[in-house]
Design a protein around this ligand. Structure first.
Ligand code: ADP
Ligand code: MG
Length: 702
């Protein structure tokens, strides 16, 4: 379809009209011909198989039968009126029923004739029955004529749509009209040589067959072609953006390593860097010398030491005369970064300031001024950083922690804080699956810290059922006797906040009986406490004054206590995998062997079970993220919901990895040979940047 036909409002299609167009928009977000064409079936009903009446079971989905009509009668009074027809094959008799359209059915269906009867079987008075089946006169010819049209599409619809006769069948009708009238306008949008190379069917055939498959094989080919197209076009845009950026945007050149970096490296850093940390620093160093803006994603497991890498990159920027900032998604996290950076740099080395929503007005004014005159070199904060009032003299390097919780527009806003856009380093809290990274951050370069600091002992993870609670208490006691500290974490989910809070309070009470004063002391921290109370309790734990910290997930990102060696997670089945992994990362930070105990009820969903088994089996965040994706699908991975980039209609990042990798590689090769897409065979790809489909503004993503 050429672009203009694609964009035709759905109102114009024969059989739609204003009222139906309105509900299509409201209920399914179908505005244009393109939207309708991309309302793909969610299932296909197999019409290759014919059942014998004897074999019909009520559990079966839609089935078809060839049978002869033997008897018909209209039953009931005015209210309960129905048409009942008996149908028979060589194995038995079944009943067909109509409660509506009785007159028409009664007249058009002939006793003595054979029909292909298609419907959902039920059991009524011990007899097979179908209500409102589709009826088609049967002759050996009908089967031939129907050719291979064997898979019937099933479309998602809604009650509202059904009241406008737009059930699955109604939608099918509209799509068939659209294809009939406009198939000729569907133009190929991929280069011929790519179709040939990967044996992809052309676009028209793909659209035809995804809606009305001629065979299961062609359906598969149609899906493969359209998934490839979908992923290919995303990669094309992402990599084009990346290319543009590297050409269009000059980057600040960090050509020297100076006092700040060297002093930190030689005198302040309390540990040797891992090889992976060194490698990533080298990558960043090279990137920031090229005169091109850096956009880099830093992936690393919990505890792999991303912060120090970020800090050293910032010091490099400062050595070259620039200011830097680090943005975190929550106040707690910003505060945590502030404390760890301050701790790392020590006093009298470089000033570090914190800016969040709760920064006092007076302090805020001082920060603003010091940023403007260039005095302040390191600013850490929340999205308070991107407010217009925050103006830098010369911002050169930006670190964004857990970027996937920020919108892409926010990323862009930070750029504009300087004439030459600052270099950007994006960090995620736990690794994200490769396919997701490729799609969500496909325009960024990637660095990976794939090594933990030396001497870390892998955390040992155990799964205990409620019945093993006493055993768990005994375990805690032994660890405390060895001088260690323990976290006990409860889930806190918005919808059941009250109940969760009660769980925590009850749990804390049980613990205080099991671990009585004066031998044991317990800190309790939850979201309903005031900030200062929370802080007080946390500090007691940090200082070792309390041995147990009972908390909701506020501690997920909150504290760093190397002496804590046990993490108990209550109702562990209610946490997502990445959250469990993140929580577990709170222990294992000191020299001692650490443990994580997952407490769960006896009853577990299949998925819950897999999650807990995964945690017991592996400490590897990269592996865990892949399993998480398989379990939940990309839409549910934390932080991706708002992204829009993942609005995939057909492709699935969990199951279509291979196609994605192929698409990515293909696009990379194309740009390597033909960055302008100027070769005749690539001209066709220019369209991808004109079509405004998808409702996503791509220029915002960079
Ligand atoms: P994350 O990657 O999860 O953000 P952090 O940067 O918070 O990890 O580092 C986790 C802990 O490991 C911190 O206490 C940090 O000081 C320490 N650390 C970082 N790098 C090293 C290293 N090379 N050797 C030893 N400890 C390190
Ligand atoms: Mg971190």
């Amino acid at each position: 379809m050429n672009a203009s036909v694609f964009q035709t409002p759905v109102d114009y299609l024969k059989g739609v009209g204003t009222a139906r167009a309105e509900v299509l928009k409201k209920e399914l977000g179908i505005f244009s011909y393109e939207d309708l064409l991309k309302h793909y079936p969610f299932k296909y009903i197999d019409r290759t198989r014919f059942y014998k009446i004897r074999d019909i079971q009520p559990e079966l989905p839609y089935v078809q039968v060839i049978a002869r009509l033997t008897h018909k009668e209209i039953l009931g009074d005015k209210r309960t009126k129905r048409l009942i027809i008996q149908a028979q094959d060589d194995t038995g008799v079944m009943e067909l029923a109509w409660f509506q359209g009785i007159k028409w059915a009664e007249k058009s269906l002939n006793i003595g004739k054979a029909y292909i009867i298609f419907g959902k079987p039920a059991l009524f008075n011990g007899k097979a029955q179908m209500a409102h089946p589709e009826m088609e006169p049967y002759s050996p010819d009908t089967l031939k004529r129907k050719g291979n049209l064997t898979l019937q599409p099933g479309y998602n619809s809604t009650e509202k749509l059904k009241s406008f006769s737009l059930d699955s069948k109604g939608l099918q009708k509209l799509i068939s009209i659209l294809l009939e009238q406009h198939a000729k306008d569907i133009q190929e949008n991929l280069p011929q040589y790519i179709l040939q190379k990967f044996k992809l069917i052309n676009r028209v055939d793909a659209y035809r067959n995804i809606h009305f498959p001629e065979s299961p094989e062609l359906l598969y080919e149609a899906q493969r072609r359209l998934k490839f197209e979908e992923l290919f076009l995303i990669q094309l845009r992402l990599l084009k953006n990346k290319l543009l950026r590297t050409h269009k945007f000059k980057g600040n050149v960090f050509d020297k390593v100076g006092q700040y970096f060297n002093t930190f490296y030689q005198e302040k850093i309390p540990f040797p860097l891992t090889n992976a940390q060194k490698r990533v620093l080298k990558e960043i160093r090279l990137d920031t010398q090229r005169g091109v803006q850096m956009n880099r994603l830093l992936q690393g497991d919990v505890g792999s030491g991303k912060t120090v890498v970020a800090l050293m990159s910032m010091l490099l920027a400062i050595d070259n005369g620039f200011q830097t900032c680090m943005m975190a998604p929550t106040e707690i996290l910003a505060n945590q970064h502030y404390l760890s950076v301050k701790h790392l740099v020590g006093d009298d080395f470089v000033e570090v300031a914190l800016l969040t929503g709760s920064t006092k007005k007076k302090q805020r004014a001082i920060i603003h001024e010091k940023l403007l005159n260039g005095e302040l070199k390191i600013l850490i904060g929340t999205h308070a950083l991107i407010e217009d009032a925050v103006q830098f003299k010369n911002l050169g390097f930006v670190v964004i922690d857990e970027q996937h919780r920020f919108g892409v527009e926010q990323r862009a806003k930070l750029w504009k804080k300087n004439i030459i856009p600052p270099h950007v380093l994006v960090m995620t809290a736990t690794p994200i699956p490769r396919t997701l990274a490729m799609t969500l951050y496909g325009d960024l370069d990637v660095s990976v810290i794939d090594e933990l600091p030396a001497g870390r002992k892998p955390i040992e993870t155990l799964h205990f059922y409620e019945s093993q609670r006493l055993q768990m208490f005994g375990f805690i006691k032994r660890e405390i006797a060895l001088g260690r500290q323990v976290y006990v974490v409860y889930p806190l989910i918005q919808e059941s906040e009250k109940l969760d809070l009660k769980n925590l309070i009850d749990g804390a009470e049980t613990l205080s009986r099991e671990f009585p004063l004066p031998q044991y002391r317990i800190s309790v921290v939850h979201g309903k406490m005031s900030a200062s109370d929370k802080d007080f309790e946390m500090q007691r734990f940090v200082k070792g004054e309390t041995q147990l910290m009972v908390a909701t997930t506020v501690i997920e990102v909150g504290v760093n206590v190397p002496n804590a060696s046990v993490m108990i997670i209550e109702n562990a089945e209610r946490f997502g995998l990445s959250q469990l992994h993140q929580l577990r990362g709170r222990v294992g930070r000191g020299a001692e062997q650490s443990y994580c105990i997952l407490m769960s009820s006896q009853k577990l969903s299949r998925e819950g079970k897999v999650r807990l088994e995964t945690m017991v089996k592996t400490n590897n965040g990269f592996e865990i993220s892949e399993i998480d994706l398989q379990l939940r699908g990309p839409g549910n991975i934390e932080g991706t919901q708002q992204s829009g980039v993942l609005d995939l209609k057909l492709a699935d990042l969990a199951t279509d990895q291979e196609i994605l990798l192929l698409a990515r590689k293909t696009v990379e090769e194309i740009f390597a040979h033909d960055p302008q897409l100027a070769l005749p065979e690539n001209q066709i790809l220019q369209q991808a940047f004109q079509a405004k489909s998808g409702g996503l503004s791509w220029d915002k993503i960079s």
